[in-house]
Design a protein around this ligand. Structure first.
Ligand SMILES: Nc1nc2c(ncn2[C@@H]2O[C@H](COP(=O)(O)OP(=O)(O)OP(=O)(O)O)[C@@H](O)[C@H]2O)c(=O)[nH]1
Ligand SMILES: [Mg+2]
Ligand SMILES: [Zn+2]
Length: 287
């Protein structure tokens, strides 16, 4: 039988089958030497002497490292409008890392109620929407219908700094989750991040992890070409003259032309140029 793992606490797992039946699972001895199962994995399980063991991990579509989650469709970047202040630089770095993993990025901007001039973010929000990213604005009381739509039918992870309101959103969508938020965690004197074990919650017809995903902005495992070829904004109908174009100094670059004509966001392109030197291989500029 095949199930999907939705919870991991060190060596103990919970899996669900297509009928949403839950199983408590441990990995077989054999498996422990090979691939460690992670949340999001599809695994083959067997019943042996009254317990279920994970016999095999099926091939992964993708795999996040921090947190360890496999087969992710979508990463929802959660960023506050203020406290801490909204940063397109931070959002764009996350977009690049997410897209390089072949995961779709979306954006939720929280704490809009704390902004004195909510219009001050209009231009930035427009820029993301025009570039094709879903953007949802949230306050402590806003309707969560749009967020539910975003989650439905997808395996999602939440990405974003501590305190931006990731757990708050999930609690508002499904109050029975009762995930601890920062006010509570401070009184318990826990560490910086409120969320510890890894879990995909069954919420709004989808699966979603409330973990501080993509907490490090590390580009050193990506090649320039991985980056250049996966930025969602740069997927244009018109190709660049060179197939391995990294949209920097090459002649006939369709991306640069699109930035000039306003079709591609200049903000995103400028951030891309800043990230390029942080990738694995340095680009030898041929003048
Ligand atoms: N005013 C306002 N406060 C918010 C909003 N969203 C979250 N907060 C507050 O922000 C604080 C942090 O929220 P959390 O949901 O714990 O943040 P988190 O992203 O889960 O943080 P970690 O678990 O530490 O990564 C809490 O005090 C929330 O009540 C919002 O839209 N408006
Ligand atoms: Mg949290
Ligand atoms: Zn190009």
């Amino acid at each position: 039988m095949t199930v999907r793992l939705i919870r991991q606490n060190s060596n103990r797992y919970i899996g669900v089958d297509a009928q949403r039946q839950r199983y408590e699972l441990i990995p077989s001895g054999k498996l422990r030497l090979e691939t460690s199962p992670i949340v999001g994995d599809f695994v083959k399980i067997l019943e042996t002497s009254n317990r279920f063991v994970i016999e095999e991990v099926l091939e992964r579509k993708n795999q996040l490292q921090r947190p360890s989650i496999a087969n992710v469709d979508q990463a929802i970047i959660v960023m506050s409008a203020t406290q801490p202040e909204f940063s397109t630089w931070l959002v764009d770095q996350l977009i690049f890392l997410i897209a390089a993993e072949k995961i779709k990025p979306a954006l939720i901007i929280t704490k809009m109620d704390l902004l004195e001039n909510p219009e001050s973010l209009d231009e930035i929000i427009d820029d993301y929407r025009r570039s094709g990213y879903p953007v949802i604005l949230q306050t402590k009381t806003a309707d969560v219908q749009e967020v539910k739509q975003l989650i439905k039918g997808n395996v999602s992870v939440l990405a974003g700094n501590s305190g931006v309101g990731k757990s708050t959103i999930l609690n508002r969508i499904d109050p029975t989750l009762n995930i601890s938020t920062q006010e509570i965690s401070f009184s318990l004197n826990r560490g910086k991040h409120t969320t510890t074990h890894i879990e995909l919650h069954e919420v709004a017809g989808g699966l979603i992890a409330d973990t501080p995903g993509f907490s490090t902005l590390d580009f050193s495992n990506l090649t320039m070409f991985d980056l250049a070829s996966t930025v969602p904004d740069f997927q244009l109908e018109q190709p660049c003259r060179f197939r391995n174009c990294i949209h920097d100094k090459e002649p006939g670059c369709a991306v640069k032309a699109a930035v000039k004509s306003g079709e591609v966001s200049k903000i995103r392109y400028d951030h891309y140029k800043l990230v390029l030197p942080l990738t694995k291989e340095r680009y030898d500029v041929k003048e």
